[in-house]
Design a protein around this ligand. Sequence first.
Ligand code: 2HA
Ligand code: ZN
Length: 270
Amino acid sequence: MKDIMNAPFITEMRKTTANMYRLGWDERNGGNISYLLEEKEVLTYLDGTNVLRTIPLGFDATMLAGKYFVVTGTGKYFKNVEDAPEMNLGVLRIAKDGQNAELLWGFADGGKFTSEFPAHLMSHMARLSVDPENRVVMHCHPTHTLAMNYVHPLNEKEVTHTLWQMCTECIVVFPDGVGVLPWMLCGTNEIGEATAEKMKEFRLVIWGMHGIYGVGKTMDEAFGLIETVEKAAQVYMLTAHLPRVNIIRDDELQVLAEAFGVKYRKDFLG
Ligand code: 2HA
Ligand code: ZN
């Protein structure tokens, strides 16, 4: 068995959580990441027959039975993952019955997966149904995105349109737009189901006055999507109270999307 501390997926989780913490997106225990892993890779580091604990999921994840994830822990701080991955992360397999998680490594102080695991697993299921290569679900509380929620209409068309206008590359990075949910109680199956429904259409979903979800085939894709939204929201917040002198017009957004050959939400323009 190879040492899991050298596993690329653990290194990625350590680096990404540290990065997100320093960007101010994950205060205290805010935020969570889940990362779908290849069985053959996991089993070079861990004995798949050595289940440390079985933890009930509280919802049905039959579609993901037998799949392996590394995930951040409930109540854990992103700030601490880098130095103590075994306390703050867990590697688990969804049990055959789809009702439980089998812990293979981590959560060493008796902890368990993030309270947002319903939203994560339901989002994985929804994304895999439209993109079989999706691997990462990421949630965080980026400051300017959150600030924008309080001063801008909270609907998909207007949020996406404004963000597209704030940086030239936005429409190229997220041509599919940003899904928006109203404020809802977090940590529940209900918000998980609502998020997953949006994930069939969007790779980015704003949780009104809470934060954002981003997904992708890689950690870079999920991170890059959120990073681009956050940058655009920052530009919006830096300029929202100032007279607007210049704007990227809709016909220019269209030129951009066509030049880069992206399939964009035409109904979000105009
Ligand atoms: O896990 O961000 O949404 C902490 C959160 C809950
Ligand atoms: Zn949150």
